[in-house]
Ligand binder design. Structure first.
Ligand SMILES: C[S@@+](CC[C@H](N)C(=O)[O-])C[C@H]1O[C@@H](n2cnc3c(N)ncnc32)[C@H](O)[C@@H]1O
Length: 247
């Protein structure tokens, strides 16, 4: 798919995702600033579950010396990411994070930072532990892992506030013209090269059942257990957090 078409789909993806994540751009900024201020701008970054390349694209723009390895398991989103990301600075790889050996498919060179956004909630608790354990092996000593997601951790009354806030964010996003997740996919399938990938995509995800979201405490404990030395949140808006870990 050509760059212009891929970029237009990414633009519409961003509008769609912003209807689900109220302060998505700000949480991207926090992730990029944490990398820049801790590690500088000449960094090798791994983007887990990259989708159409939203976060990888921002890494390449904000961190001028950076290169990216972007992985996902959705063949359609990978095709768009390949159109968006420049091949001289980014490798886009077909990787299933559920597979125990996924870490062996991203090359031998260690990473300065591993990032992920709005994605690891797809994993069961066991799979999440596996991903963090492999990530700890893939990142250099002193390197970072940053994961942004809605994670349940607030007491019930405040969790209910977070859920009402999400519902209002979606309502106003869709009222202003954002497509929902399903409608965005239908739009993407209008491109013949993406329509050809529909069957493969649907087959791949057919047996993946949604998992209950792992709470923040579990993320923090799993990262410590995986061998990260310093583990914290670096940003929070209601139940939306950026979890940060230093190897
Ligand atoms: C809501 S999207 C987020 C994409 C991107 N990180 C962003 O913030 O725009 C969730 C992503 O997780 C990916 N994903 C789900 N299960 C996966 C798996 N087992 N392995 C790799 N990627 C997976 C989906 O294909 C999708 O791209």
């Amino acid at each position: 798919m050509n760059t212009d078409e891929a970029r237009e789909l990414l633009r519409q993806w961003d509008v769609q995702q912003e209807a689900y994540v109220a302060h998505r751009e700000q949480r991207f900024t926090v992730m990029l600033e944490t990398i820049r201020l801790h590690l500088g701008t000449d960094v090798r970054v791994l983007d887990l579950a990259c989708g159409p390349g939203a976060l990888s694209d921002r890494v390449l723009t904000a961190l001028p010396g950076s290169t990216v390895v972007a992985v996902d398991y959705d063949p359609m989103l990978l095709e768009i990411a390949r159109g968006v990301l420049p091949s001289n600075r980014a490798r886009v790889l077909d990787v299933d994070l559920v597979a125990a050996d996924w870490g062996t498919h991203v090359g031998d060179e260690p990473f300065d930072a591993i990032v992920s956004s709005t994605a690891l909630h797809w994993l069961s608790q066991q799979q999440l532990l596996g991903v963090y354990t492999s990530a700890a092996r893939l990142v250099k000593p002193g390197g970072l892992l940053l994961n942004a997601d809605h994670l349940p951790f607030l007491p019930p009354a405040f969790q209910a506030v977070a859920e009402r806030h999400d519902a209002e964010t979606q309502e106003s996003g869709f009222a202003s013209g954002a497509l929902d997740y399903r409608a965005w996919h239908e739009l993407a399938y209008q491109h013949p090269e993406l329509a050809d990938l529909r069957e493969r995509r649907e087959k791949r995800f057919a047996d993946r059942l949604p998992n209950p979201k792992s709470p923040l405490d579990l993320h923090l404990a799993a990262l410590r257990g995986a061998g990260f030395a310093e583990v914290s949140t670096v940003w929070q808006y209601l139940d939306d957090v950026v979890v940060a870990a230093r190897r």
